[in-house]
Design a protein around this ligand. Structure first.
Ligand code: 13P
Ligand code: ZN
Length: 285
């Protein structure tokens, strides 16, 4: 016989699944997997939520469990996030959101997180939580509407880290040259880290440093991090860079070689026409 508190938990769990932010996480993870960017458990997303978005669906006074952070984030005290779980396969999120996702709140000190919903099989947030949290801190400093950090193993971006030099300025310029819309979508270019061991506080710090100037940060031979104000915008940002990297990969292996490109002057004209300011040091006019 099911008791009253179990009934309450069932009601809560069912209602959380209908929350718009859960639906957005399901759609994004499924699309990322469908595009081949997130093999196995590759990739992770964290989405900053307002308390008012969460309280209609959750009893925030009663965390399911608490876990200690080994990288304190006092800047994020009392903030709510929905995050993907470590080791979870993106293709499975839609059928099993309560195992694959979790709603967490950083405690008042920034030393612990309360798990409010999800990770139902005893799971935990993504192993890239240091990079996510530190990147959120960096982006919130420059954009008060910032909400999403998204990481994946976008195929052609990853491939391009083998075939292109890893200089941020020349990598940015090549991407801008590949599709007319690129400079408009990411005038802030891409940041690039040296190869590093993932999942560490150190890669988190280095990613966040780059996030101060760029919403896209490339981890060579691994993947990409994107930041944005909405799920669509962040997804679209990575999608645009990935498309450019795909064009680069196609044309680089074309036997006839590259015959012409968009010139720096044309890129500058584009930026002016769309009212964006290209990051300095890339275009030479
Ligand atoms: P998680 O499964 O811990 O999120 O790790 C996936 C990943 O892409 C690591 O960089
Ligand atoms: Zn990864």
């Amino acid at each position: 016989m099911i008791n009253e508190s179990e009934i309450n938990i069932l009601i809560i769990n069912n209602s959380v699944k209908s929350a718009p932010f859960v639906k957005e996480m399901i759609a994004a993870t499924y699309n990322m997997w469908r595009l081949g960017w997130d093999e196995r458990n590759g990739g992770n997303i964290s989405y900053l939520l307002n308390e008012e978005e969460v309280t209609p669906y959750l009893d925030v006074k009663h965390p399911v469990r608490t876990s200690i952070l080994d990288f304190p984030v006092p800047e994020l005290a009392n903030k709510y996030f929905i995050v993907t779980g470590s080791g979870k396969y993106f293709k499975n999120v839609k059928d099993n959101p309560e195992d694959c996702l979790g709603i967490i709140r950083v405690d008042t000190t920034g030393h612990k997180i309360d798990i409010l919903w999800g990770f139902a099989d005893g799971g935990k947030p993504t192993s890239e939580l240091p990079s996510h949290f530190m990147s959120h801190i960096a982006r919130l400093k420059v954009d008060q509407n910032h909400r999403i950090i998204m990481h994946n193993h976008a195929t052609n971006i990853l491939a391009m880290t083998f075939t292109h030099d890893l200089n941020e300025k020349s990598f940015t310029k090549t991407l801008w040259q590949m599709c007319t819309e690129c400079i408009v979508v990411f005038p802030d270019g891409v940041g690039i880290l040296p190869w590093m061991v993932p999942g560490t506080d150190e890669i988190g710090q280095r990613t966040a440093e780059k996030m101060a100037d760029h919403r896209l940060v490339i981890w060579p031979f691994h993947g990409i991090f994107g930041a944005g104000t909405t799920m669509d915008e962040t997804f679209g940002l990575i999608e645009t860079a990935e498309k450019a990297a795909q064009i680069y990969t196609i044309i680089s292996s074309h036997q006839g070689g590259i015959k012409q490109v968009i010139t720096d002057k044309e890129l500058e004209d584009l930026a002016k026409a769309f009212g964006v300011t290209p990051i300095e040091g890339v275009l030479t006019i």
